[in-house]
Design a protein around this ligand. Structure first.
Ligand code: HEC
Ligand code: HEC
Ligand code: HEC
Ligand code: HEC
Ligand code: HEC
Ligand code: HEC
Ligand code: HEC
Ligand code: HEC
Ligand code: HEC
Ligand code: HEC
Ligand code: HEC
Length: 446
């Protein structure tokens, strides 16, 4: 005790500070490794992130702060792809830099905080949505069409990030389209190359106890994999943990599909079916969900097999029946009453050409070109969240394959249609197209 008395006050203070920092750090680290991290959450996590909320370090640094880089690591590609209307680089432009004085719009955290449910709106937005005012105060002067519009209406017709279906030029290009296109069809999928020789005896390299029998064998014999020469070992021989030696496994996971279907795997991991697996957490189950789910499916684990039962890989089953075995909200349950579904039944029956029916997957797992314009490669996008919200994201890759732009935007903005799953023509009409027509006419007459 003597030596403490001898020390000067400031040194004591410094030691106390150091010790308490270390203690906090250790406590935090200890708790991090412990079982229940939920107790450290200051409030409910947003709909977008609650599945991975226990992975604190996906967003937080050890001392709890959250860096922009964490957000960008998971979301940059997506924002680049949609040609973000307000990327950070727009504000590094000296002409716009002064706008940041009102609102630091190049920091994600300005608008997207976490664990603050009372403050959180749709899509994890944590600021009141009339802030467009800070930077677009003069819009009424610049555009007579916008005179007198309230700043709480901006988001009815524009998005902050993704305006691909809403740009003036795009609207102008797609004026006066009929409600329903003459050739209402989805693009056909591009096929992969075949693998090896046709192997009707493809069980030849498989131990007897692992061979398929009965119904499972019949499923296999009818499957595209069998027909294209994929062998049992392509899926079942997988590297064992911590070694590269391959061994037979009875339950191959999504990694076994990667060698041939990497795009589908990445898509699946990026959306709300696979995002837990992407963080090495246990698979998502309907039990954990916030959305309503069917009671009998509560313990099903989400994987490729949730929709593609091994060894059948029946994509028609995957496109609607599989979804309906889990999802139990009004929108999903009403689907079988719709014109779209009747078209889907006709497609399955072979009464109309493939691509003219509409399944759940037509809208939520759309067929998109992942190749170039000249060398198209059409794949099924397995991240169902990439085209979900804001819902105009569906306009270009999905609805406009079959409907005109004006009809599409009216239908998507009519929130009552979500519940009945687009079973009625829209009952609202956006003035937007008329504004664009007027502007085009004014431009032409000048
Ligand atoms: C998906 C990203 C994400 C995950 C996962 C996450 N958080 Fe957060 N958390 C945030 C963000 C963003 C903030 C707001 C930070 C700010 O306002 O500067 C925050 C704020 C906090 C705060 C308030 C203190 C502060 O720094 O402002 C605490 C405490 C916290 N988180 C704890 C946790 C714990 C404990 C976990 C894991 C059980 C966790 N968080 C998981 C994103 C996340
Ligand atoms: C580990 C990856 C990861 C990190 C880190 C992360 N997110 Fe996310 N985020 C996701 C996934 C996956 C979803 C759900 C799928 C989707 O909506 O795209 C999501 C959803 C969202 C949504 C909601 C979208 C909706 O439709 O409701 C917003 C907004 C968002 N993230 C912003 C952020 C911000 C801001 C940060 C940084 C604080 C961040 N994210 C950090 C992976 C991540
Ligand atoms: C000035 C406010 C603001 C800032 C800053 C901001 N966002 Fe957003 N964000 C929004 C709004 C508003 C929405 C709702 C949809 C829309 O209007 O685009 C949204 C939606 C999203 C979504 C879901 C919808 C989509 O288009 O994918 C993601 C993901 C997202 N933001 C990520 C980010 C990330 C990452 C950053 C930082 C680089 C960021 N946001 C910065 C306001 C903001
Ligand atoms: C921090 C300032 C800031 C805020 C807040 C802001 N914007 Fe912007 N916005 C800009 C700048 C800067 C541009 C680019 C103008 C240019 O390129 O000349 C822009 C462009 C746009 C565009 C044209 C898109 C394009 O790519 O040409 C639209 C539409 C838009 N903003 C809508 C909104 C809406 C809606 C809100 C509110 C949800 C909003 N903005 C909030 C600064 C802001
Ligand atoms: C009823 C739909 C509607 C509402 C509400 C609306 N806009 Fe617009 N906005 C449009 C249309 C359509 C255009 C293009 C034609 C025009 O200017 O008349 C446009 C153009 C713009 C542009 C130029 C973007 C470009 O493509 O060059 C900006 C910036 C903008 N609006 C901001 C705002 C802000 C800020 C608000 C809120 C006060 C708002 N808008 C409200 C429909 C709307
Ligand atoms: C496209 C990948 C793929 C191919 C090719 C494949 N399987 Fe499978 N197989 C799986 C998956 C995935 C499971 C796990 C199913 C589950 O867990 O529900 C499985 C399960 C099995 C099981 C365990 C069955 C059970 O009831 O648990 C056996 C045995 C099996 N497969 C044998 C074969 C044989 C023999 C072949 C070749 C004739 C073959 N598989 C081809 C993906 C494949
Ligand atoms: C060795 C390569 C290979 C592996 C490994 C593989 N597949 Fe395939 N898969 C193919 C080929 C070839 C086709 C034929 C269709 C095509 O050309 O696109 C196909 C088609 C499919 C189809 C579409 C069936 C149809 O009728 O259109 C699904 C679904 C599928 N695979 C799922 C899986 C899943 C799930 C896994 C992992 C458990 C897997 N595949 C592993 C090569 C593979
Ligand atoms: C939510 C249900 C669902 C899950 C989970 C799912 N798929 Fe699919 N998948 C589908 C549907 C539906 C189609 C057919 C869509 C169509 O024909 O337009 C499809 C088509 C495919 C195809 C063939 C078409 C193509 O070009 O992409 C492959 C290959 C495939 N899936 C692989 C996988 C793999 C690998 C996984 C796991 C990482 C997986 N799927 C998980 C529903 C699912
Ligand atoms: C094994 C059960 C299961 C199957 C099969 C399944 N889903 Fe899901 N789905 C879920 C769960 C669980 C979630 C996450 C819900 C939550 O977080 O509240 C989800 C999320 C979604 C979301 C995102 C919802 C949102 O608000 O972000 C969409 C869209 C979706 N599923 C569509 C489909 C479609 C389309 C199919 C069929 C092609 C399908 N699902 C098949 C269980 C399933
Ligand atoms: C014609 C296109 C279309 C069809 C077909 C369709 N959906 Fe949707 N679905 C949408 C749109 C658009 C939204 C987004 C609604 C919004 O947030 O504005 C949506 C939303 C969802 C959501 C999220 C709901 C929520 O509250 O977050 C789920 C889950 C979903 N759909 C599942 C399904 C299932 C399962 C099927 C088939 C039984 C299906 N959908 C058929 C267009 C469609
Ligand atoms: C593969 C083509 C196709 C796709 C994709 C598609 N539809 Fe349709 N849709 C149709 C056809 C065909 C009809 C029936 C038209 C008729 O009445 O003759 C229809 C009808 C409708 C109706 C009116 C329903 C009724 O019973 O009157 C609405 C609303 C609608 N679609 C909205 C959408 C939206 C929103 C999307 C995108 C999310 C979409 N559709 C995607 C083909 C499609």
């Amino acid at each position: 005790m003597e030596f403490i008395k001898k020390m000067q006050g400031w040194k004591l203070w410094l030691i106390w500070l150091l010790l308490s920092l270390v203690a906090t750090y250790l406590l935090a680290m200890n708790a991090w490794q412990g079982a229940d991290k939920t107790m450290f959450l200051p409030g409910q996590t947003t709909v977008g992130h609650y599945q991975i909320e226990l992975k604190c370090d996906a967003c937080h640094t050890p001392f709890m702060g959250v860096k922009q880089d964490a957000c960008l690591e998971c979301h940059k590609a997506e924002l680049d792809l949609v040609n973000d209307s307000h990327p950070a680089k727009k504000f590094t432009n000296p002409g716009n830099a002064h706008l940041l004085e009102h609102m630091d719009a190049h920091q994600c955290l300005t608008c997207h905080k976490e664990h603050v449910p009372k403050q959180t709106h749709a899509m994890g937005v944590t600021v009141p949505t009339d802030y467009c005012f800070y930077c677009h105060e003069d819009i009424g002067k610049e555009r007579p069409t916008h005179e007198g519009l309230g700043f709480d209406t901006c988001l009815d017709c524009h998005n902050f990030h993704d305006n691909r279906a809403l740009y003036e030029d795009f609207l102008a290009k797609n004026l006066d389209q009929p409600k329903h296109a003459v050739k209402a069809e989805l693009p056909l999928k591009t096929l992969l190359r075949s693998y090896g020789e046709m192997q009707s005896q493809s069980q030849q390299n498989v131990a007897v106890e692992n061979q398929l029998k009965g119904q499972e064998h019949e499923n296999w014999m009818l499957s595209v994999h069998q027909q294209k020469g994929v062998s049992c070992n392509d899926c079942h021989m997988q590297p064992m943990e911590a070694s590269s030696v391959k061994q037979w496994t009875n339950s191959p996971d999504y990694n076994s599909c990667r060698s041939c279907h990497n795009a589908e795997v990445e898509g699946f991991l990026g959306g709300r079916h696979g995002m837990r697996l992407a963080q090495n957490l246990s698979p998502m189950t309907p039990q954990m969900a916030r959305l309503p789910m069917k009671a009998e499916s509560m313990h099903k684990e989400l994987s490729c097999n949730s929709c593609h039962t091994a060894h059948r890989y029946d994509v028609q089953y995957a496109a609607t029946d599989a979804c309906m075995s889990c999802h139990d909200d009004a929108h999903s349950n009403n689907f079988t009453q719709t014109t779209h579904y009747k078209l889907w039944e006709k497609e399955i029956a072979g009464d109309i050409p493939a691509g003219q029916g509409v399944s759940c997957a037509s809208c939520h797992l759309p067929r998109v070109n992942v190749g170039s314009k000249r060398n198209p490669e059409v794949r099924v996008m397995h991240n169902q969240n990439d085209y979900l919200r804001p819902n105009e994201k569906m306009a270009r890759p999905v609805c406009m394959k079959c409907h005109g732009l004006e009809f599409t935007l009216d239908a998507l903005v009519d929130s009552t249609l979500v519940e009945n799953n687009y079973d009625r023509p829209p009952s609202v009409h956006l003035e937007s197209m008329q504004w664009v027509k007027d502007r085009v006419e004014a431009r032409e007459s000048n």
